[in-house]
Ligand binder design. Structure first.
Ligand code: TYD
Ligand code: MG
Length: 454
């Protein structure tokens, strides 16, 4: 029987199947299967005829290895997210929505780094003149960055695979690159995967820091590039709400540093500027004594971040009340509402509930539970949470308030910004009501009910 020489590859998860269907069986996405030619030679295993392999020399773990110094860009917010600078020979993937500012950020990064390292910026999306225009807008047009507009991976590899290769190379973006031995169009999983593989291989061989830019599709994964996440050493996402000028760079994977670290930037008309104290920025538009708002003392990576959580509880004209959440998990909101109702007798059920994290930050920490509950109760009763109070704590299903990590770091940040009191979980070691090292009055709650007469 003649073998079919095409297959269908899902552009979302990379799974392949022999026949087309509307829905990918592996990830459940619709309309993502694209026809691709099957590569000529299928893997055949080791076989019997190819001879034996060369023996590998094992070495001791405890030997001394030469540590290559990390490359510091001087943009502190970026360096911290990379784990204290970029490691030579490593590959980074910077993902984000189109238009969020990835090209701007990376151009600023290369221009800053070019002072002490040879840097190349290869654009597949913009012509050299357009990149120059952007640089002059950023005020960095004098820096010694080498520019090129190219999309053929064979050419790029040939240029990088030389003894005098640059120390850092930006590829903007990986979706525009293609390997000329493949038939599929640039941006397909096969092309993205093959291009990244070739580029990463030459970067590792020559000790080049390779930064790949990848666009996120509307489904929220980098296009095709779920497949890229495991090939690179570091994955950074650049995110932000449209209409807000704040941008957050978040490390979601890092082989050479901590994850969950964030860097905060502000988009201005001359590029991105660093925000070294994000709490001040997120609280800038806060109005003191309004009901339904409270300040959450959160933690992003190693850094404390204070943000305002706003809730609005309003009678619903609908049979099924609305639940709208921006910046938090809606499942978590449902849980807090259920616990308030079942354990504390606070009936919110028939009302519309809107929840918003001010400033466009997305919070993933369960420690925000108590702050959300306080904002909801405050909105329902019309009683403001005192303006000098921060709130944090995780809520359990029986209504108990659970301890969270890094209490002292949170309190210290709150004290720095002039807060006086903190509603928080009971601490095993300290007495309630006392002023800790941070100089903040601790009001410790054991159960969610303690919040209600507030
Ligand atoms: P860009 O870096 O091109 O986004 P990406 O590479 O992620 O697609 O950023 C584009 C947006 O940034 C665009 O809407 C204009 C805005 N911008 C500024 O506000 N100020 C600036 O100095 C620059 C260069 C861009
Ligand atoms: Mg771009």
């Amino acid at each position: 029987m003649a073998r079919s020489n095409t297959r269908y590859v899902c552009q979302s998860c990379g799974a392949s199947s022999p026949k087309w269907s509307g829905k990918c069986d592996a990830c459940g996405e619709w309309n993502t299967l694209v026809e691709e030619a099957v590569p000529e030679s299928a893997p055949k295993g080791l076989g019997r005829t190819a001879g034996t392999g060369r023996r590998i020399d094992f070495v001791d773990l405890k030997g001394v290895s030469e540590k290559a110094p990390r490359r510091i860009t001087g943009i502190a917010e970026y360096d911290r997210v990379c784990g204290g600078g970029m490691v030579p020979g490593s590959a980074l993937l910077v993902g984000g929505d189109p238009g969020i500012g990835k090209s701007t950020l990376l151009l600023q990064v290369v221009c800053s780094l070019a002072r002490n390292l040879r840097c190349a910026y290869i654009s597949g999306e913009e012509a050299v003149d357009q990149v120059r225009m952007r640089a002059s807008r950023l005020g960095t047009s004098e820096s010694a960055v080498e520019l090129a507009a190219a999309t053929n991976v064979r050419d790029i590899v040939a240029s990088l695979d030389a003894a005098d290769a640059p120390g850092l190379c930006i590829i903007d973006s990986i979706q525009t690159m293609y390997v000329d031995t493949l038939d599929s169009a640039p941006g397909t999983v096969a092309q993205v995967r093959a291009s990244a593989q070739e580029l990463i291989r030459v970067a590792k061989r020559r000790g080049i820091i390779l930064v790949l830019v990848g666009h996120v599709t509307k489904e929220g994964t980098i296009a095709g590039p779920r497949v890229l996440e495991h090939m690179v050493d570091t994955v950074l996402y650049f995110e932000g709400e449209r209409g807000h000028q704040f941008r957050i760079l978040r490390a979601v994977k890092n082989r050479f540093g901590p994850t969950d670290e964030i860097g905060v930037f502000e988009m201005t008309d001359s590029g991105l500027t660093e925000v070294s104290n994000p709490s001040e920025l997120f609280l800038a538009e806060r109005r003191g004594d309004v009901s339904g708002a409270c300040v959450f003392a959160g933690l992003e990576g190693t850094r404390p971040v204070l943000v305002e959580i706003q809730a609005l509880v309003a009678p619903s004209p609908l049979g099924t009340p609305r639940r709208a959440v921006v910046g938090w998990d809606s499942g978590r909101l449902a849980m807090v509402l259920a616990v308030l109702e079942a354990r504390c007798g606070v009936a919110i059920g028939a009302n519309d509930v809107y929840l918003n994290v001010a400033g466009g930050l997305r919070i993933g920490e369960p420690a925000a539970d108590l702050a959300v509950a306080a904002a909801l109760v405050s909105s329902l009763t019309g009683e403001p949470v005192p303006a000098d109070t921060v709130v944090f704590g995780e809520i359990g299903l029986s209504g108990e308030i659970r301890a969270v990590s890094q209490t002292d770091v949170r309190l210290k940040e709150a004290a720095k910004l002039g807060f006086e009191k903190s509603l928080m979980p009971t601490q095993r070691s300290r007495k309630s009501g006392g002023r800790g090292d941070a100089g903040i009055r601790r009001i410790e709650l054991a159960h969610l009910e303690d919040l209600i007469p507030m």
